[in-house]
Design a binder for this molecule. Structure first.
Ligand SMILES: Cc1cc2nc3c(=O)[nH]c(=O)nc-3n(C[C@H](O)[C@H](O)[C@H](O)COP(=O)(O)OP(=O)(O)OC[C@H]3O[C@@H](n4cnc5c(N)ncnc54)[C@H](O)[C@@H]3O)c2cc1C
Length: 221
């Protein structure tokens, strides 16, 4: 059986970020396998984060905002200038495409579509069991969470997002700024806020974020 130097389980943000770096020629002497139960291609995530320096994925980033709006629970409005940082939005689809493309073109990083079940130590190596068979490696990175969370022992909340991409026939959004957190909505017994992330004057992602100790159903959201 082929022995991989590294196996990465999970080709999401974490696994693909690592795989992307391991595609670099500096790692050409290693044999690397990425395992995921699916090949993700869609915009199932909208990542927004703070930067003050250029970063590796800037060429994929869809939007940057240098002005942010914050709305308090009573409707009070604060305009924020995050300089020297800006707030950058990266949609997951171009990120997934870019790194899967890098893997396809690489001779030393490979991808297999397989559902991971478990792994065990075997003679100083790790054996990874999947629905497509087993794989051996020297080092395993896994971003797949397994096991139970003891909700009594740990502080636990569920974080929910529900977003809609809205397109308008005429300009309706100021796309030089985003509404970072708007707490002026009904809070229930939870913490809730709205995001408005304008892609352009006629297109925006409007998203509800909820932190709750109980999991909402899709219908509830
Ligand atoms: C709508 C949304 C918006 C978000 N926005 C932000 C944001 O703005 N900023 C931020 O920091 N974070 C954000 N997050 C959280 C963000 O998704 C995580 O920070 C990040 O995606 C986690 O990366 P990950 O690789 O750990 O998990 P994931 O990206 O979820 O990847 C896990 C991978 O493991 C695979 N997998 C799972 N089980 C198995 C199995 N048994 N066998 C094989 N493969 C398996 C899955 O298919 C998946 O590809 C957001 C999340 C969502 C859902």
């Amino acid at each position: 059986m082929l022995i991989y130097d590294y196996i990465i389980i999970g080709a999401g943000a974490a696994g693909l970020s690592l795989a992307d770096r391991l595609c670099d020629p500096a790692f050409a002497g290693f044999n690397i396998l990425v395992i995921d139960k699916e090949i993700k291609t869609g915009n199932d995530r909208t990542w927004c984060s703070w930067y003050k320096k250029p970063n590796r994925y800037d060429f994929l980033a869809q939007k940057r905002w240098k002005t942010l709006h914050f709305v308090g629970p009573g409707g009070e409005h604060i305009k924020l200038d995050p300089a020297p940082y800006d707030y950058r939005m990266l949609l997951s689809a171009p990120f997934y495409h870019h790194i899967h493309d890098r893997i396809e073109k690489s001779n030393h990083v490979h991808f297999v579509k397989a559902a991971y079940f478990s792994h065990t130590q075997k003679e100083g190596r790790v054996e990874v069991l999947t629905d497509q068979g087993s794989y051996l490696c020297n080092h395993l990175f896994s971003s797949v969470f397994q096991g139970e969370i003891d909700k009594k022992k740990h502080v636990y909340t569920d974080q929910h997002f529900k977003g809609w991409v809205i397109e308008t026939p005429t300009p309706a959004f100021d796309d030089t700024a985003c509404t970072f957190m708007d707490f002026s909505i009904d809070q229930g017994d939870e913490v809730r806020f709205m995001y408005v992330l304008p892609h352009s004057p006629t297109k925006a992602l409007v998203e509800l974020a909820v932190f709750s100790t109980t999991l909402w159903s899709q219908a509830g959201l």
